[in-house]
Design a protein around this ligand. Sequence first.
Ligand code: PHE
Length: 371
Amino acid sequence: MEIEAIGKRLMATVEAASTTEELEAARVAALGKNGELTALLKTLGSMSPEERVSEGKRINEWKAALSGTIAAQKAVLDSEAQNARLAAETLDLSLPAPEAPRGSVHPISQVMDELAEIFADLGFAVATGPEIEDDWHNFTALNMPETHPARAMHDTFYFPDRSAQGREIVLRTHTSPVQIRTMLACVKENPGGAPLRIIAPGRVYRSDSDATHTPMFHQIEALVIDRDIHLGHLKWTLETFLKAFFERDDIVLRLRPSYFPFTEPSVEVDVGYASEGGRRVVGGSGDAPGHAWMEVLGSGMVNHRVIAFGGLDPDKWQGFAFGIGVDRLAMLKYGMDDLRAFFDGDVRWLSHYGFSALDVPTLSGGVGTPV
Ligand code: PHE
C-alpha cells in the first residue's frame, strides 16, 4: 500500500511540473540517487524472497511509469519552450549580414605586382628560380671567387649536405642566380642565344638581423641581354621604372661607380628625396636644399664572364642587370618605418598597410609615354 501511495504522489509532482526545471527536480526526487523510489528499491535486499518478487515487480512498474511520463512531459515542455523562444525572437532578414573577416594583400605582394606590371609594359617577362640554390649558381657563375666575403658562413645560410653534383647548397643570398638560370634556359631553347629581357622577384636570405635587416627579405632582379646594349639603356630603364613606380615625374637619379663581381662597370643608384614630417618623400635632386640622396639599387653592365657562364658568347651579347630591395621600395612608397613589422604577421599592421585584393595592382597610369 505504501508503494502505491508513494508512486501516486511522485507521479502527481511529475504531472504538475510546468517548466523543465520543475520536471527535473521531480525526476531527481523520484528516481535520482537519493530519490524516494530509489530508496524503495534499496529495501528489496532486506525482504523475504516471496515479498521481493511481488514488491519488486510493483516498484519497477512505478519506476517504468514514472520514467515514461517524465520523458513524455519533457518532450512537451521542450517544444513549448522552443515555441516561446521562437515567438519572442524576431529575425529581420532585411538587416545586412555581419561582416566576414577579410584578409588583405601584403604590401610586399602589392609592390611586386606593381613592379611586374611596370616591367611588363617595358617588355620584360617574369622569371623565377629556386630559393634553395647551389653555390655554383649563387656565387661561382656570378664571378664570385671562393674567397669572396659574401660566401662566408656568417653571411650565408649553408645546408649541411651537398647537391648530387657535389655543390654546396645555400639559401640564395640574392636573386642574381636567376640571371644564370635564365641565360642557360634561353640558350637551350634557342641555340642562337639571346635576346632576353626578364625580371625575377623573390625571397632572398642572409644571416643578418636588426632594425633594417631581416634574415629573409625580397629582391627583384632585372636582366637584359641583347646586341649593342649600353649604360644609357640601363639609365633610361631605371628612370622610367622609378617614375612609374613612385607615380612622379620629378624623380632624379644619381649613378655612382661601384663594384659587384658580376657587373663591369658597376653602378650604385641613388634617388633624391626630401624629409617631410619625418617621412622620406622621393623626388627632386638630392643636392637641392632640404634634400638628400638615398641608395635604392645596385646595377651594372653584365660582366663578360657572367655572360659566358650563362652559355652565351660575350663577344656577341651585352647586357645590363640590376637588383632592388623590394621591402625598401615598399617602405619608401607607403611610409612604413620598421622593416621587421613586415614579417610579424600582426593583423592590425596588415589591415592598416594591406591592400584590397579587389584592386591589385593599384597603379593608375602604368609606364605610359616616356617623358
Ligand atoms: N645582387 C646584388 C645584391 O644583392 C644586386 C645587383 C644585381 C647588383 C644585379 C648588380 C646587378 O646586392
